[in-house]
Structure formats: structure tokens, C-alpha cells
Design a protein around this ligand. Structure first.
Ligand code: UD1
Length: 433
């Protein structure tokens, strides 16, 4: 199993190109099942999770063609640096998303809405527990039920069926759910009549999906607000859609600049996607400058501790919580970090303390008291964002850090070591771990 070795303490300097958003690309790929015409996605990141979704979709009957980096982007969309992927679902070949894939990647559950809407039937494994909490899919199922699907739970699988066509309904989510909103949007696009989704997630990835569905012929309004209105259509057609920049990759490299007290230019991204994080960074004393499609992030010593609470968009993203904690471990003064989205999302805490970070967890909050200097240590990655927070701490720490179990990183960060190396980081992948 691979590990990442870092000789820390080097301020990073240079430019990092930000890729397309994993969490936007995954639902867009699933949306390809809603039509028999080709859906072309540009600015696609190359990540393990994208490959896993590709494998699942192929099993379900989707043909996928990919072009290499940069090629095929004749459209010249801003930020279209990644690959182009064309997905075509002439016929649904299978209705089953097996346990093995869903367990590995929870976003597999996003095939549920498209399968039921297009084919009238889906069998999707329940995801089961995961490292950051129980993460049920009950709200996805309730929404599909409201649209007229019959839901049965058998042998660990959700079996959803609809006799004819789904029917529009009013759906009020009791809790903001990104995946639940996405599944409902896709299903409602092909339903008969109007669906109103209240307390919908407002994450930019939802906007990307809604824009894609509209480009495919859907009729969705209220994009970006908490109320989405979907007028169902009988069929959708092909489209060509760019994936938005990855705001979490952007934020992670912004923290890399700040935690090493360096300066990085993040290219091909958007400030507005991550305003809450940049606001918190500015309060901590990090300098942030926007320049076209680039953001320059620079920091010197003397950063201040800033309290933060994770919230649905436009609040501070839970997927940046671990990275923020690593940064706060190097600030002057204390910071209280409260996690409101997922229970049990502090697994990085015991690992961060191995660098000498001073963190105490009380329920859903953690108090971080900044330390003058972190020192390198062997640590163990637990989930995607926790893993990267250990890499960030390792970049700031003096001496050697070895991050074990780095396969988590490959799920969400494209060419992480290369991007960091190009900015002066002494980081390499090694066998073992
Ligand atoms: C998505 C992101 C993930 C991010 C999360 C929150 C993708 C592929 N993943 O995950 O990176 O951390 O949003 O921004 O886009 N919940 C229920 N019942 C449900 C569904 C969710 O109780 O049926 C709960 C969850 O346990 C969690 C909260 O709602 O506590 C938010 O989860 P949700 O927004 O659905 O997260 P995901 O879509 O799984």
C-alpha cells in the first residue's frame, strides 16, 4: 500500500491549476442515464471516484468515451483544462448498483433517481456505515416515494419501482441533503407534472447539475435558491456541459499556501464558490487576491485563530473542516471548530495531535490551541479530507512525515504530489505503509 513521505517546513511558491469538481462530475455522470443521446462533460477530473462511477455506469449500460487532457475542448470553456467524457445510454442494461461499489463510493446511490425515472426500476445497495458517520439515504427514498415510486428494502438493497411514470410532488426536505436534492432533481426532470423541492441544497454542484439538466431539455427554475421548481418533461436529449472548478481542491491548496506561510496562485477556479472559506482565511490574516480566473493566497507568520462552524452552502463546507483544523493548529491563539453536518468527523484529531497539535474535542466541537511549530510524524489517513489535512500538517511540520493509507487521497485529489512538488514541496509517494 502506498504512503506519502514529506520533508516539511518549506514555504510553497508557485501556481497550481485547479481541476473540475469531483462532487459535480459524479451526479453529472449519473444524469447521462436520463437520455439515450450522448452527454458530453468537459473539464472532468481524473480521480479514482470518477473511475468507480464509470465502472458502475458501464455495468448499467452506459458507453463511455474519454479524450486525453486538454484534447477535445475545442469549445474553449473557461477552465476547461481536464478531460472530456462522453456518456451514452442507448439502453439500460442492468438496474443493479451492487454492494461492493456502493460501499466503496457512497455517491453510487445517485444512479437511483435516473434509473427509476428512465427505466421504472432500480436496485441499489444501501451504503452502510462509513468513516464519517452513519450517513443514511432515508431522505432520498422518501423523496422518490413522494414522486410515486414504490420502495422496498430487501437483503441490504433498495428496490424502487414505478408502474408508469413518476408524478410531480411537493417535497420538503427536513434536513439539507446534497445527494438527496440531486437524486430528486434528476428523477423529477422526467416526471409528469411539477415538482417543488423545498429546503433544497444550494451547493454550487447542484447548480451545475440543474444547468446540465436544463441544457438536456429539462425545465428547472430557482437554481441557487432553497426552492427548486421542476416542470417534468417526457424526454431529455444530449448536451455538452462543463464541470465547475473544484472548490474543495481550491480551498485545500489555499490552506497549503497559508499553512506553509508561502504564496500560491490557484488557477482556473472561482472565488465565489468558496467565499466562506476565504472570509475565514482573511480573518486569520491570510492575504487573498482575485485576478481573473486565478486566486493568489499568501501568508506570513502571525496568523490568528478564528472560530468556524460547518454549515450547508453558502456556509463553511464540512469538506474543508479537517484542512482548517490543520491550519488553526499553526495559528496564534485558539479556535473553536464546530461540525454540524456529520457526526464523527473528527478522526483526523488524534492523527493531528501526533504532529504536536493541541486539539481537544467536546462533542461536536473541537478547541484548537495554536502551537509555534508542528513536527513531522508517521500518521494514518482515514478518509479523503482527513488524509489531506495530514498532508497539509506534514508540509508545515519540521522533519519527516509519512502519511499511510493514501489511497483515500486518490479518490479526490488529482496528481497531488506533482502539483505540490512543482511549488517546492518535498513530497513523494513511496511503496509500503
Ligand atoms: C455530499 C458530498 C460530500 C459532502 C456532503 C455535505 C458528494 C458526492 N458528496 O455528500 O463530500 O461532505 O455533501 O456537504 O457530493 N442525511 C440523512 N438522510 C439522507 C441523506 C443525508 O440523514 O437521506 C444526512 C447525512 O447523514 C448528513 C447530512 O444529511 O448528516 C448531509 O448529507 P448530504 O448533504 O446528503 O451529503 P452527501 O450528498 O452524501
Amino acid at each position: 500500500m502506498d504512503a506519502i513521505r514529506i520533508q516539511g517546513g518549506v514555504p510553497l511558491n508557485g501556481t497550481i491549476v485547479i481541476g473540475g469538481a469531483k462532487n459535480a462530475a459524479l451526479p453529472l455522470m449519473a444524469a447521462a442515464m436520463l437520455t439515450d443521446e450522448p452527454l458530453t462533460l468537459t473539464n472532468m477530473p481524473e480521480l479514482a471516484d470518477i473511475a468507480t462511477m464509470g465502472n458502475l455506469l458501464r455495468q448499467l449500460g452506459v458507453r463511455i468515451d474519454q479524450s486525453a487532457l486538454g484534447a477535445g475542448d475545442a469549445s474553449g470553456e473557461a477552465g476547461a483544462t481536464g478531460r472530456t467524457m462522453t456518456l451514452r445510454t442507448e439502453k439500460i442494461a442492468s438496474i443493479t448498483a451492487p454492494y461492493d461499489l456502493v460501499r466503496r463510493m457512497r455517491a453510487s446511490v445517485l444512479v437511483l433517481g435516473p434509473l427509476v425515472a428512465r427505466h421504472g426500476e432500480a436496485k441499489v445497495s444501501l451504503p452502510g456505515g462509513c468513516a464519517i458517520g452513519t450517513r443514511p439515504v432515508d431522505l432520498h427514498l422518501k423523496a422518490l416515494e413522494a414522486l410515486g415510486a414504490k420502495i422496498e428494502l430487501k437483503q441490504g438493497y433498495v428496490h424502487a419501482t414505478v408502474a408508469k411514470r413518476l408524478k410531480g410532488a411537493q417535497i420538503i426536505f427536513p434536513k439539507v441533503t446534497v445527494g438527496g436534492t440531486e437524486n430528486t432533481l434528476m428523477a423529477a426532470s422526467l416526471a409528469e407534472g411539477e415538482t417543488i423541492i423545498e429546503n433544497a441544497a444550494r451547493e454550487p454542484e447542484i447548480g451545475n447539475l440543474a444547468d446540465c439538466l436544463n441544457a438536456m431539455g429539462a425545465n428547472i427554475t430557482g437554481i441557487g435558491s432553497g426552492t427548486l421548481r421542476v416542470k417534468g418533461v417526457e424526454r431529455l436529449h444530449g448536451a455538452r456541459v462543463p464541470v465547475i472548478p473544484d472548490r474543495i481542491e481550491t480551498g485545500t491548496y489555499a490552506v497549503a499556501a497559508a499553512i506553509t506561510r508561502g504564496s500560491l496562485t490557484l488557477k482556473g477556479t472561482r472565488y465565489d464558490l468558496l467565499k466562506s472559506v476565504f472570509d475565514s482565511m482573511a480573518s486569520a490574516g491570510v492575504e487573498i487576491t482575485q485576478q481573473g480566473d486565478s486566486i493568489i493566497v499568501a501568508a506570513k507568520n502571525g496568523l490568528r485563530g478564528v472560530d468556524m462552524m460547518t454549515e450547508p452552502y453558502p456556509g463553511f463546507p464540512t469538506d474543508m473542516q479537517a484542512q482548517w483544523m490543520a491550519l488553526m493548529a499553526t495559528a496564534d491563539g485558539a479556535s473553536m471548530i464546530t461540525e454540524t453536518i456529520f457526526e464523527n468527523r473528527f478522526m483526523h484529531v488524534p492523527e493531528l495531535t501526533r504532529f504536536g497539535a493541541d486539539v481537544n474535542v467536546h462533542g461536536a466541537s473541537a478547541i484548537v490551541r495554536g502551537t509555534a511549530k508542528l513536527s513531522g510524524a508517521p500518521v494514518m489517513a482515514t478518509d479523503l479530507r482527513a488524509s489531506v489535512s495530514l498532508v497539509l500538517a506534514g508540509l508545515a511540520a519540521s522533519g519527516e512525515t509519512l502519511v499511510n493509507r493514501v489511497y483515500h487521497l486518490d479518490r479526490g485529489y488529482e496528481r497531488l504530489e506533482q502539483k505540490l512538488q512543482a511549488c517546492g514541496a518535498r513530497i513523494e509517494r513511496v511503496g509500503g505503509g
